[in-house]
Each structure stands twice: as C-alpha cells, then as structure tokens.
Design a protein around this ligand. Structure first.
Ligand code: SF4
Length: 405
C-alpha cells in the first residue's frame, strides 16, 4: 500500500535525495539499490554508463522525484508484483520513495470517488510532467465495452490520461502489444498502448513480467536528464533488450555439446541440460533474464528452474507460438557448425605472428624436454601416452553427443 496518501499535494520540485533524507532511508540501502541498477544496466543507460555506485547515487539523488500515474487494464498485476517483490523489504519500500506514485489502483489506500479524485488531482497539478505507466492490454472491440473503469471504457481513460503525460511507458507484454489477452481468438480485441496512443514518446518494456530495474532505470534517467534511453525497433530500451537469452544462458554449454532434455523429468532434464527440444525460445528472445534474475535471488527465472523460455519479450513468440513448440534458430548454431576461431580481421599481423611463433617454439621445446624426461624407454621420442593411444576422459561421449536438427 502506498506510504503517502495519493491526494496530498505532490512536491514536484523535491529531489530524490531530499525525499529519502526526509523519509529516513539509509545511505546503505540507497547505495545497494544503485549497485543493483548498475548491474541491471551496465551499458547503454546514461545514468549508469562509466559510473560507480557512488556516482550513480549522487546523480540519482539530484533527480526530481517524478510523478507517476499507473493505470491497470486487462492484466494479472504481475508487473506490479515484480516491482515490489524484492527479497529485501527495505529495497521494495525504497522504490516507492524514488518515484511519486500518485495513482495506482491496486496499491493505493483510496478507492472509488477518492481514488478518481487522486487521479484528477495529479493530472491537473502535473499536466505535461508526469510519466504514465500502463499495465495490461486495452480492449478495443465493440467500442471497448469489455472493460470499464468508473463507468468509462478503458480506451477513453487511456486516451485522456496519455494526452497530458510527458511520456508513456507500457510495462509488460500485455501493455506492449496485447499479451495473453490478445491470444487467438482475441475475444476483446486486446491491443497494446502503441495501437491507441499517438503523438507521445512510448517506451515498451515487455516481459511477463519484465525486470523491474528496466522500468526504474528508464524512469530515473528521464527524471535526471529529461531524455529516454535509446530504443530498438520494437520500442524497447536497448540497454535491457540488446542480447538474446541464448547468448548468456547457463545451459549454453550443453546446447553446444548436443546435450538436450527430451522430456520433462527425464535424465537430461534432471542433469540441467539444454531445454531447446522442450520448446525453449531463448535463441530468438531478446531479454536480460539470463543475467538479471528475479526477486534478487540467484537462478530465479524460468530456465533457472527448469522451464523453457516462452519468448515473452517478443511480439511474435509468446501467446502466438505454442509453449512447447520447437522453433527454428536463426543466429545461434550448434558448435559443429561454427566457423573456426579466427583473427578478427582474418589475417595475422607481423608482430603478433612473431610473438606467437616464439610462444609456439617455447612450447614445442618444453614438450620435447618433458617427453624425454618422462619416457620409460631409452631413445623413445614420443610424448607420454602417445604409444598407448590414450584419449581424454569423456572423448567418446562427446563424439556421440546429439545436435539439434
Ligand atoms: S536453447 Fe534455451 S535452454 Fe538451451 S542454451 Fe539456449 S536459451 Fe538456454
């Protein structure tokens, strides 16, 4: 529940530093938050780029506490849950101090007319300055009658609230492009924010749910600099969606070695092998889940607990392609199809060739000396083990490993 009554006058000139000092937030908690923000956005976010935790804290403290209006439409409230579900309760509380969350139907104490008054008050006092966060898809079919708030279709509430906003953030896959409610046959005609709102900067933060630090990083950068982070073609912040899950998946070594789970609960699944044949969409899904886990706990993310990635950050995958359907891979290929490791420019430079030659010569010399030392037969020049044809442990097994079709 909100720690401040939402219909109190919001001091839009108050900085985050002033507010957290007044609220008694410890510097340790604040620094911990800034460290986590740096880990979530190591590159691509102006606030954290080339900075250490103290610098991020200093810059964040200078930022104005942005008024945020948060609307709920056709959703499960999972995005709100992920924002507040931290393993450290003080951190969850701190998040509410960083932004001025003026209206949020599922968190605010007010209800009914009082809640509607809070919305109007914030819109009037902060016209053109507030950030509108939308959670959930918007039903558009039959004039939008499938969802009403205070007697008005959700689509009208969105249009009116967005018209006065400085920027709009669509949080979650539903608000980004329809999500689960838009799955075929899409009975309510559910769409994302971008299909309704025009003429405003819109940031999509898809995920089911997305990582909360992506939202906080975006909002805090906007509060500090007045600019939004760079976006990709799908309107997602590049700092959080620039790589696919497969690139940093902890099961990637099993994929490359051809070790796959074939059924839930089989030996491969129990061994923690790759989930590609169980329908994992990681190779085609851009998100940071493999390195930024949820609830701030190690391995708390789908693949970490043995469930294949469903591609929830991709418009064309989640809720469009069946969960366990195996998809073709475009970029990542199994190990045996990789090009050989090469010099970046495809050629050797003279100095590096010289250094490599010296190193190779030294190694050959050392190898020869070792073979002489360890050989049991006088005059035997072969390296140890060569005569018996010994192989590295597991060499047979590796050769038999299967590759995805
Ligand atoms: S296919 Fe999925 S489980 Fe396998 S390595 Fe890629 S992302 Fe990880």
């Amino acid at each position: 529940m909100l720690t401040e009554m939402p219909n109190k006058t919001t001091r839009t000139d108050e900085t985050i530093g002033e507010h957290i000092a007044r609220a008694g937030v410890s510097r340790r908690d604040f620094l911990m938050f800034c460290t986590k923000l740096m880990a979530a956005a190591p590159i691509g976010l102006g606030l954290t780029q080339h900075a250490n935790a103290s610098q991020v804290a200093r810059e964040t403290a200078k930022a104005r506490r942005l008024p945020v209006i948060w609307l709920h439409f056709q959703d499960c409230t999972g995005c709100t849950e992920t924002l507040l579900r931290t393993s450290n309760p003080d951190l969850g509380e701190l998040i509410l101090h960083l932004i001025s969350l003026d209206y949020h139907e599922t968190l605010m104490a007010a209800a009914g007319t009082a809640a509607e008054d809070a919305l109007r008050t914030s819109m009037t006092q902060n016209a053109g300055k507030y950030v509108l966060v939308v959670e959930g898809s918007i039903p558009r079919k039959d004039g939008g009658i499938y969802m009403k708030i205070a007697g008005r279709p959700a689509i009208s509430v969105l249009e009116e609230t967005a018209a006065q906003a400085a920027a709009v953030i669509a949080i979650g896959s539903c608000a980004s492009w329809g999500g689960v409610a838009s799955a075929d046959p899409n009975p309510t005609g559910a769409v994302g924010v971008g299909a309704i709102v025009t003429g405003k900067p819109i940031v999509n933060i898809p995920g089911c749910p997305p990582n909360p630090y992506t939202l906080l990083g975006t909002v805090l950068q906007y509060a500090r600099t007045g600019s939004l982070p760079a976006l990709d073609a799908e309107g997602r912040p590049r700092f959080a969606y620039d790589r696919d899950i497969h690139q940093h998946c902890p099961r990637r070594a099993h994929f490359d070695a051809g070790r796959f789970a074939r059924e839930f609960g089989d030996e491969g699944h129990r061994q923690g092998w790759c989930l590609y044949h169980l329908g994992c969409k990681g190779p085609e899904t851009h998100a940071g889940c493999s390195t930024r886990h949820f609830n701030e706990m190690p391995d708390v993310w789908p693949i970490g607990i043995g469930a294949p990635c469903i591609g929830c950050t991709e418009q064309k995958l989640a809720f469009r392609v069946p969960l366990f359907h195996v998809i073709p891979i475009h970029d990542a290929k199994p190990g045996e199809l990789y090009a050989p490791v090469q010099w970046p420019q495809g050629k050797w430079s003279a100095p590096s060739a010289g250094v490599a030659g010296l190193a190779a010569g030294a190694l050959l010399g050392a190898g020869y000396a070792a073979s002489r030392k360890f050989s049991k037969t006088p005059g035997d020049d072969s390296a140890p083990g060569a005569a018996t044809g010994n192989k590295a442990p597991g060499a047979e097994a590796d050769n038999q490993a299967e590759k995805p079709e």
